[in-house]
Design a protein around this ligand. Structure first.
Ligand code: NDP
Length: 490
């Protein structure tokens, strides 16, 4: 029996995939491929086309030529399409989850969550496709416009370039793809080279769901080879990018006049105040720091705990971290799998070493594990002179800074160059509200670790963490433009 993904890859243990341009599954125009390795044992699990500028050009031209096929489609039909994609994701969940577990080294439990949230994002976007509203404005707010009537509509932008990172390959790509289609845009998608397989499979599901030919184009290959070409392309109307601050900044510098949506790095502080429920705070902060080995933009990557409760809190944190199973991500009980690559492992290790040299105490872990694993680590006594207080960790490290009081916690939290997420643990409504207002981050969670969820709440960063907000409703609006018709009655 022919299987769903047979047409996009060769047979065998390490298949060669094709990419999707202008409604066809194709190889790179150069015939070159690049290896995809699993972080579980660093073996090659697949090859994908190494797209050239010629391929990038073909993808943009196809998206541009097809933009009316989706832009002119009725909202009710776009909604049906998005719902169908959501259904197909559920129908093919085993294959997609296996891809994420192997390709990203993601523990099964986390992959399960990513899968469900991806399907639900498409379904949520289906609802939003039917809720795009314009407005009618009467001219009588200006004396010489009294009789005029303005019809203000929301129209698609045209071609949206979606560039996604390695850490949530399906979910983050979907945070861009689903609202772009809901708003009636065509797409060029560029997944991360570390784990592009799930996005290629998702592309196949979009094809099966009936997305018109040319509306969705997925090109694989190195961002440094084709990224600039795509970002500068004059037929691209908007770039929606999630990734590191450095690459985001570079894209902003070179892209010219385009709408930009930037979801960049983070350094979320967790403020634990002296009246907090310490059991809840410890559990949430550890989950926030360690989930998917801390490879999340919204990871709690520094904890600011008030001194009077610090000893008690730290004991609870250490006890909680000890319950986290470190093993093969394919084992359903595993909570800590490998990091994505050697560079990531080196970065985490250098941050920990720097902290230890400057006086931080290692209460657990503190070293590389086998292969690409890093031991779940608890560092106490982190101080502002240490790199780990400010740089994105992207590893399984709980970094604890003891602060003298609430004001110092707020000051240190806001001293960061990042401003994506924060969380505050307190039983006081006044403190929660005060911190919620004063913390300079896109989202502040009270009594829970940050989590971007389905996109029902908007999320996104200030400062070096990006610009604008994602979230299905908010992204749909961002991905449309205002178009006005003014009636001038005689
Ligand atoms: P990178 O910035 O390394 O890569 C992100 C994407 O950009 C990849 O697809 C990459 O391709 C591509 N890229 C690289 N160079 C260029 C270029 N010159 N032009 C266009 N595209 C390019 O990020 P990571 O994949 O390592 O992801 C981790 C980062 O993402 C962290 O900083 C994290 O905080 C951030 N992130 C932010 C989120 C948010 O909501 N704010 C959510 C999740 C992650 P290739 O892989 O081929 O190099």
């Amino acid at each position: 029996m022919k299987k769903v993904f047979d047409s996009i890859r060769s047979k065998g243990k390490a298949p060669t995939y094709k990419m999707f341009v202008a409604g066809k599954w194709v190889q790179s125009s150069s015939g070159e491929t690049q290896e995809v390795r699993t972080p579980i044992d660093s073996s090659v699990i697949a090859r994908v086309p190494k797209a050239t500028e010629k391929d990038a050009e073909a993808a943009v031209q196809a998206a541009y030529a097809s933009r009316k096929l989706i832009g002119d489609m009725d909202a009710v039909d776009r909604a049906a399409l998005l719902n169908k994609i959501g259904d197909l994701i559920y129908e093919n969940q085993k294959a997609l989850m296996d891809a994420i577990v192997l390709d990203a080294g993601k523990p099964v439990s986390v992959a399960k969550g990513e899968l469900a949230a991806t399907a639900e994002r498409f379904k949520y976007a289906a609802e939003e496709a039917k809720s795009i509203r314009g407005e009618s404005l009467e001219g009588d707010t200006v004396p010489w416009h009294r009789k005029k009537i303005g019809m203000v509509m929301r129209q698609p932008l045209g071609v949206v370039l979606a560039i996604s990172p390695f850490n949530y390959p399906l979910f983050i790509a979907t945070a861009k793809i689903a609202p772009a289609l809901a708003a009636g845009n065509s797409l060029v998608i560029k997944p991360a080279s570390d784990d592009p397989l799930a996005v290629l499979m998702l592309t196949r599901l979009m094809e099966l769901a009936g997305v018109p030919k040319g509306v969705v184009n997925t090109v694989t290959g190195s961002g440094s080879d084709i990224g600039d070409y795509l970002a500068k392309h004059e037929k691209v109307s908007m770039i929606t990018f999630t990734g590191s601050t450095g690459v985001g900044q570079h894209i902003s510098d070179i892209c010219g006049m385009k709408k930009l949506h930037m979801e960049l790095g983070g350094k979320a502080p967790g403020l634990v105040l002296k009246d907090a429920d310490l059991d809840l705070a410890a559990k949430q902060c550890v989950n926030g720091a360690l989930k998917f080995s801390g490879q999340r933009c919204d990871a709690v990557s520094r904890i600011l705990v008030e001194k009077p409760v610090a000893d008690k809190f730290v004991r609870k944190v250490v006890a909680e971290v000890k319950t986290w199973k470190v093993a093969d991500p394919k084992d359903p009980k595993t909570k800590i799998g490998p990091l994505i690559n050697e560079r990531a492992q080196e970065k985490v290790d250098s941050l920990v070493k720097d902290a230890v040299e400057k006086g931080a105490k290692v209460l657990l872990g503190g070293k590389k594990g086998k292969g690409l694993w890093y031991q779940p680590t608890v560092l106490d006594g982190v101080t502002p002179d240490m790199r780990i207080a400010w740089e994105e960790t992207f590893g399984p490290v709980v970094a604890i800074m003891r602060v003298k009081d609430y004001e110092e916690a707020i000051e240190l939290a806001n001293r960061s160059e990042f401003g994506l997420d924060a969380c505050v643990f307190t039983e006081s409504l006044d403190k929660a509200l005060d911190a919620g207002m004063r913390l300079e981050d896109g989202t502040v969670n009270i009594n829970a670790a940050p989590a971007h969820g389905l996109g029902n709440f908007p999320f996104g960063g200030d400062k070096d963490s990006g610009m604008d907000r994602e979230g299905i409703k908010f992204s749909v609006e961002e991905m449309t433009k205002v178009h006005t018709i003014v009636f001038n009655p005689k």
